[in-house]
Structure formats: C-alpha cells, structure tokens
Design a protein around this ligand. Sequence first.
Ligand code: PXP
Length: 250
Amino acid sequence: MTPRRLRLGVNIDHVATLRNARGTAHPDPVQAAALAAAAGADGITAHLREDRRHIRDRDIERLRAEIALPLNMEMAATAEMVAIALRLRPHAVCVVPEKREERTTEGGLDVAGHREALRPLLTPLIEAGIRVSLFVEPDPRQLDAARALGAPVVELHTGAYCEVEGDARAAELARIVAAAAHAEAVGLECHAGHGLTFDSVAPVAAIPAIVELNIGHFLIGEAIFTGLEAAIRHMRARMDAARTTIGVSS
Ligand code: PXP
C-alpha cells in the first residue's frame, strides 16, 4: 500500500510579525508565500487575528490575488471574520479560539461547549463552499461535536505534545494517534499543527489518518539561519521520511 500523501501548509504569520515591528513593508509575507510555494509547500496558512498583530486584511487580499496555492485563513469565530472570509473566499478557514492576551493560540476550540453558538457562524461558510476546519484538542468529544456541526475538517492541536518530553510526550502522542483514528472513523478529514519542529514532526507525520500539517513559527525562525526554502525543504523531507518508513495507509 502507498502512504497517503501528507500536505504541508506553511504558516507565514511571523514574517508579518517582523515586518510590523518596524512598520515598513519588509519583509513581505506574500513574498514568503511565493518562496514557500517554490520550496514545495502545499498550502499557505495565515491567521487574521482580531488585533491584526501580524497578518492584516491587505495581506489576505494579496495572498488570494497573487499566490496560486490554497489559502487556509485562520480566524476566530466572530461575525467580523466570517464576513471577511465570505468576501475573500479562501480555500479553507481554520477556526481557532482567540484571546487578546495570549502570545499564540493556547488551546483548542471548545466546540462541544459552544456548539449552538458556533452553528450560525459556521453554516454560511460551509454553504459558501469554504472548507471549514476546527482547531481542537485531541479529544473525541470535540471531534464528535465538530462532526455534529457539519465541519468537514478538524486540526488537532499538537502544542501540548511539543511542549513536553519523555513519557509525557509519549502520552500526548498517544492522544493524538487515538484522536486521528477517531476523526477518520467518524468521517472527518484530519490535520494537525502547532509548535512542530524538525525534532518533533516525525511521529505526527507518521500517523496515517493525518493528511495535513500546518507549521509556522519554527520554519520562519529557522529561515534566519538557513533561508526559508531550505527550511521548508528539510521539513518536507522529514515528513516524507516519517510517512514512508512508519505510516502506511491506503
Ligand atoms: N495551526 C493553527 C490552528 C495555529 O493557530 C497555528 C499557529 O498560528 C499553527 C497551526 C502553527 O503553529 P506554529 O506557528 O507553532 O508552527
């Protein structure tokens, strides 16, 4: 059996973080997206946060207009973001929880706890043909709630797995493995991401039910030392190696 291909979505938020630190146009996240495409990325991910701390509305417009790769727009579940997504029509949206005071997306979306509040926000996106993904903890309850809402995709939060070591990491990986199998069993397309590095990516890439990884901060940081294209190519190689040697599925 041939392993199912694992897609790599490159998150370019932190190119915009660096740009915004000086209030100039450089470095341009859209130029980074073009380089990511040249290096073999399968998609571009960008988080339009409520406070616009990195990616701005104009960046999303330009990514849609200038980059041929599918755009995955991360966003909070708010009426403002739904309106922007409906106007700009990214290929996909990934709905994340968002708190102003956090440095990054700290946990998964509590879909099970907010199902009825999420429904009116997600339905127009699904009906518009935008692939809706929900960023959740690797918890079967959250996956079942995502399924009940009609979302076709979930993205499993790998942050807890990446933050710990040893037995604790093995336990977090086991949660991700079980959740990915559950997602597949209930008919959800399964993605994963957050905090992944060259060292932590292989065990996640090897999980056959996972079909996409979204990786940003580490790649942009590594680009300082090796260049963005080299960093992406190396990540891609590690993903492919893990997929071929361990994870095999139809
Ligand atoms: N997936 C989601 C839903 C995210 O919010 C983020 C961070 O923006 C990522 C993936 C990528 O995480 P990192 O930048 O740590 O690789």
